[in-house]
Design a protein around this ligand. Structure first.
Ligand code: ATP
Ligand code: MG
Length: 246
């Protein structure tokens, strides 16, 4: 990361790509994660590589959901682990959420490598290693979750999630928070709270909102949640991308 000049006009994008490359080298990110990263990068370019106001609002609403939840879980895949490991640990601490590794291309080696990586970044308890429950209506490999983790969660944060799994989780009656730069992708389309923003910006923002909202009472958190309009948030993101105005 030292090799990337900080004054480069595309600094954040280069840094993101570099982290994914490192993730692949370390065995925590699947090669396919580079394609996902490329798609994200294109959408971020069209969004002006900035957090739009509807995303900022969605990040605050997500924080309110996490604070109100009985059993919130943050889902970690290979890209998430490569891009924001310490930031996810901080969000988990700020909201009392669990961290669960949940992979599209699941191998014991990658699970172990990601668990180690998260522990290096301060995680104490990492879920996803038991895989003793299944998400209904999903093929075997991708359905694996922890019984006392995602399976039992009332609120889940699924960043950069595959569309099939996002849909299957949604059918389980959980509050689903999706972080995805493509507002047309199925995952944000089915989410209760779609956050159309780069995960690199979204997660620290969510943590900041959670810290600010930590002392609010339940009624105030509920009203923040009730005021949110998911359709309007998706629409604002799509409008921004289509307008070509940066
Ligand atoms: P599907 O329709 O099945 O969801 P997809 O084209 O969305 O397919 P996936 O690999 O399942 O592809 O999902 C990757 C998603 O993650 C893409 O929508 C991409 O925009 C998004 N993405 C990639 N990098 C980031 C990032 N840094 N921050 C936020 N979103 C990202
Ligand atoms: Mg998608």
């Amino acid at each position: 990361e030292e090799e990337i000049p900080k004054d480069h006009p595309r600094y954040q994008d280069l840094l993101t790509r570099h982290r994914i490359e490192k993730g692949v080298e370390k065995g925590i990110t699947h090669l396919q994660g580079m394609h996902a990263e490329g798609r994200g990068s294109a959408f971020d370019y069209l969004l002006g590589e900035a957090t739009i106001s509807s995303a900022e609002e969605a990040e605050r609403v997500a924080a309110a959901h996490l604070l109100l939840a009985d059993h919130p879980v943050l889902s970690i895949n290979g890209n998430v682990a490569a891009l924001v490991p310490g930031e996810m640990v901080e969000l988990a601490e700020a909201t009392g959420a669990d961290l669960e590794i949940n992979l599209f291309n699941r191998t014991p080696e990658r699970i172990e490598a990601i668990a180690d990586h998260l522990r290096e970044h301060g995680a104490e308890d990492v879920k996803g290693l038991e895989a003793d429950a299944r998400i209904p209506n999903l093929d075997h490999q991708r359905a694996k979750v922890d019984e006392d983790g995602i399976y039992a969660a009332d609120v889940v944060v699924v960043p950069l999630e595959d569309g099939d799994r996002a849909e299957a989780l949604n059918e389980m009656d959980k509050t689903e928070i999706v972080i995805d730069l493509n507002p047309l992708s199925r995952s944000p389309q089915v989410a209760d709270v779609p956050i159309v923003d780069n995960i690199i910006r979204a997660v620290p923002n969510m943590t900041e909102h959670a810290r600010v909202l930590a002392d609010e009472d339940e009624a105030e958190l509920r009203s923040i949640i009730d005021e949110f309009d998911r359709e309007a948030a998706l629409e604002q993101a799509e409008d921004r991308i289509r307008s070509g105005e940066l």
